[in-house]
Write a protein that binds this ligand. Structure first.
Ligand code: 2YG
Length: 274
């Protein structure tokens, strides 16, 4: 995945409400509802207290990243705060302040995990599944094939999710080895050996990290594209014609919360705490 930069996240807190209204017009649901569906949540869960812990490892802090994650969680009326300290000291602060769940990201991995019971949600998988559910909700005809571009963890999670919902998938990656090893044994996933003609598909899932390669020639007013990748693969002009579901952080973070919360809740019930 492409590393986010300050400008990708800097206005998220200010635009969240309007963006969620726009998202609902596109998909019929708010992000929180899509994330709950993606996590398979069917009942009301307890609200967990969340700490976002900045991580200085590798390339270091992305200015506004932790604050945006926190704002996204608060937008879903969740109880979230950013720790004043970073790394292990930040985890210590989070637990001392009573956090049930911690969000933290280094350059390779972005996770949410439980502090009292074992539970973990990973951003690539949750983003893949959250956007797959958003696409599903926007599809008028779920018997039509979805084209998935990119067999990274996001693309693979999306393909597995859609196949589980009985939606047929064509999958393509410019790297034949990556494609070959993805989603082995899935009957509903067909791997394409050559670059697909985009115009043939009404439903596309762009899990690549290439910018502006889907143009107005590739889409129609019926086309729906789920596009979690950064930079966005769809040109401005194509976005004016097709429905393009794209956000850099929001839906992935919300899905992480619900995936982790569900595991926590089920474990707590098992242990007789709930
Ligand atoms: O705590 C910080 O500020 C930094 N250590 C965060 C670093 C995050 C690096 N990861 C990315 O930029 C993305 N790949 C995250 C994915 C979110 C969108 N799906």
């Amino acid at each position: 995945m492409t590393r986010l930069v300050e400008k990708d996240v800097k206005d998220i807190d200010k635009t969240l409400k309007d963006y969620d209204d726009f998202f609902k017009r596109q998909t019929g649901c708010y992000m929180c509802e899509i994330a709950c569906r993606a996590a398979g949540i069917t009942e009301i869960l307890p609200g967990y207290k969340i700490a976002v812990v900045p991580s200085t490892t590798g390339e270091g802090i992305i200015s506004g990243f932790s604050e945006s994650v926190c704002a996204i969680l608060k937008h879903c009326t969740l109880d979230a705060f950013v720790t004043s300290r970073c790394d292990v000291d930040g985890i210590y602060e989070a637990i001392q302040k009573g956090a049930d769940m911690i969000f933290s990201a280094d350059d390779d991995r972005f996770i949410a995990f439980g502090t009292a019971v074992r539970a973990v949600a990973e951003n690539g998988i949750c983003t893949g599944e959250g956007f797959a559910e958003a696409l599903l909700c926007s599809m008028r005809d779920q018997s039509r094939k979805v084209l998935i571009l990119g067999a990274s963890s996001v693309g693979r999670a999306a393909a597995g999710y859609l196949a589980e919902k009985k939606v047929p998938v064509d999958m393509y990656d410019t790297n034949a080895d990556v494609l070959k090893n993805a989603c082995a044994g899935e009957r509903l996933i067909e791997k394409l050996s050559s670059s697909p003609v985009l115009k043939k598909y009404t439903y596309i899932y762009d899990a690549t990290t290439s910018g502006d390669f889907i143009t107005e020639k590739d889409v129609s007013a019926e086309t729906v594209i789920a596009a979690p990748g950064m930079p966005r693969g769809i040109t401005e002009k194509a976005c004016e014609i097709a429905t393009v579901i794209h956000n850099p952080l929001e839906l992935g973070v919300i899905t992480m919360y619900y995936v982790c919360a569900k595991q926590m809740y089920l474990k707590e019930r098992e242990m007789g705490i709930r």
